[in-house]
Structure formats: structure tokens, C-alpha cells
Design a protein around this ligand. Structure first.
Ligand SMILES: *[C@@H]1O[C@H](CO)[C@@H](O)[C@H](O)[C@H]1NC(C)=O
Length: 291
């Protein structure tokens, strides 16, 4: 066989394989379960990226973006990567969240898809769903433990997105789920600031109300509870004991030093004797004199 023949065979084989993968990708997009099943049976790679699609996604991206929950289930059973990213860094769940396909989101989340993977610009599925105004997707993502604290590359949280898009119901759901209304973005703006900037007055007032409650809650938790009182008592006892031992040591060593340093007041023993002797003698002398 000549080199040219080998090359031709290789190109043909490549075309055939790419052909089956492309066929499966298109069938996934169409929701054609029969064709996808047939392709999967011949070991077609479920994680093949379509270079001609807009974001170079996989069959799972295509099925998620076209609202085919049954297809999503089939691909996941065939071990399609549930957290795979397309060129933009979007996972299948973030694509479905953006389009508002709640059932697909639930299927992916139930099979353990990570709901918190951000895109290349830091946008999470929760932010996408919020921006596009899909309340039921937001609720499904919160139920799947979406992180409300995450912010995009501009420092904006999902609540910021709700604020400038004037999504009152979503903002309420986010706040009730524990989103922090005091979080500032990279420009120092809180969600309420964003709402005011976009003249979403009602929403700004609502978020302000939550901000006051949150601040009060934080002040309340800052006052000492029984645990911090107990730790205060223990600290007091420990400190007291240390001070007592230190004072005792200082006093004791001080006394010992003083005791060594002070000269003993005493009269020489000899002089004493002499004195006594003298007294004695003198007394004897007196008696003798009296006698
Ligand atoms: C949520 O995201 C924030 C910011 O990245 C992080 O500090 C926090 O630990 C996350 N929470 C959970 C529960 O993972």
C-alpha cells in the first residue's frame, strides 16, 4: 500500500467515526432516543465535543439546551460527564438553568451534577437562572444546595442579578434562603444599591428591609450568650489562679531575701557573760558587803 492509500483510509475512518459522533450529537439535540441508544451500543463517545456547535458542547449540553430530560437520563446512564464544560465554561446544568428547563435541572442535580461550577466569567447556574427570571429553576437549584454567597468576576452575587433585573419573587426566595443583602460587589455596591440604580424602587425598599433585619440579627448574636459567659468565668478562674501563684511566689522570695539581707540584732555572747558576771559579782559584792 502506498502512503497515499494509508492516508485516504485514515481520513475515511476519521470521517466515519466523526460521522457517528456527530449523528449521536444531533440525535441528542433532537431528543431521538432510538438513534442515541443505537450509537451508544456501538461505543460512540458520549463526551465528544461538536466543534461546529456554537459553544463546542457535548451531546449532554445539546440535550440540556433543548429540554430533553429523558435524553439527559439516557446519556447520564451511558456515563456522559455530568459536569463537563463547553468553550464558555458552562456545564449542562448551567445551560439548562439559563434556558429555564426545570426538569432537566432537577434530573442533573438528582444525578449529582455540581450546581456551583462557575463559567469562565464566574457566572453560576443560580445567576443564569436569576438573570433570565426562571423562579422554579432558582428554587430547584437552592434545593440542590446552590451556594448563595458565590459571586461572579465583577463580585456580583445572584441577589445582585435579581436586583438589577427587577426579579422581585426571585430576590425574595434568595433572601429567605439566606442570601446576604449586605454583600458588596467589586465597585462597592450592595444589591439594594443596584436596585436603586436601575430604579427598581419597590425591590430596593424590600432589600433594605432585609438588610436591617440581617444587621439586627448579627448584633443580637454578637451579645454574649451562655457559652461566652462560661468562657469568661473559666478565663477569670485561670487568670486569678495564675495571679495568686505569682503573687505568692513574689511575696515568699521577697521575704526570704529580706531575711537573708537583714543583719541579726544580737549582742556578743562574751559581753553578755561579762555583764552577767559583773552583775553577779557586784551582787555578791553587795551581799558580802551586807554580811
Ligand atoms: C460558598 O461560597 C463561599 C465563597 O466562595 C465560600 O466561602 C463558602 O465556603 C461556600 N459555602 C459552602 C457551603 O460551600
Amino acid at each position: 500500500m502506498g502512503k497515499l492509500t494509508v492516508l485516504c483510509v485514515a481520513i475515511l475512518l476519521g470521517a466515519v467515526f466523526a460521522g457517528t459522533e456527530l449523528e449521536m450529537w444531533n440525535a441528542a439535540k433532537e431528543g431521538d432516543l432510538t438513534t442515541v441508544n443505537k450509537e451508544l451500543a456501538t461505543d460512540t463517545d458520549p463526551n465528544w465535543r461538536n466543534p461546529d456547535s456554537k459553544n463546542q458542547g457535548t451531546a449532554l449540553h445539546a440535550a440540556s439546551a433543548s429540554n430533553h430530560p429523558a435524553m439527559v437520563r439516557l446519556l447520564l446512564r451511558a456515563r456522559a460527564d455530568k459536569d463537563i464544560m463547553n468553550k464558555e465554561g458552562q456545564t449542562p446544568i448551567s445551560v439548562a438553568s439559563y434556558f429555564g428547563f426545570t426538569e432537566v435541572v432537577i434530573v442533573l442535580a438528582a444525578r449529582g451534577a455540581n450546581v456551583n461550577i462557575p463559567t469562565n466569567t464566574g457566572i453560576t447556574a443560580l445567576m443564569s437562572a436569576t438573570e433570565a427570571g426562571h423562579l422554579s429553576v432558582v428554587e430547584a437549584l437552592i434545593a440542590a444546595h446552590a451556594n448563595l454567597t458565590l459571586s461572579d468576576n465583577q463580585g456580583d452575587t445572584a441577589l445582585h442579578y435579581a436586583a438589577w433585573k427587577n426579579e422581585e419573587d426571585i430576590a425574595m426566595v434568595l433572601l429567605q434562603a439566606g442570601a446576604d443583602p449586605r454583600k458588596q460587589d467589586n465597585s462597592g455596591n450592595t444589591p439594594a444599591d443596584d436596585a436603586r440604580q436601575y430604579v427598581n424602587i419597590k425591590l430596593a425598599i424590600m432589600i433594605d428591609g432585609f438588610t436591617r433585619i440581617t444587621t439586627q440579627l448579627h448584633v443580637t448574636t454578637a451579645t454574649p450568650c451562655i457559652c461566652s459567659k462560661l468562657s469568661l468565668i473559666i478565663t477569670g478562674i485561670v487568670c486569678g489562679t495564675i495571679v495568686f501563684i505569682a503573687v505568692t511566689l513574689v511575696v515568699h522570695s521577697g521575704l526570704a531575701y529580706c531575711a537573708r539581707a537583714q543583719p541579726q540584732p544580737h549582742l556578743p555572747a562574751q559581753e553578755n557573760h561579762n555583764l552577767l558576771d559583773y552583775t553577779h559579782v557586784s551582787q555578791d559584792t553587795i551581799y558580802e558587803t551586807l554580811d
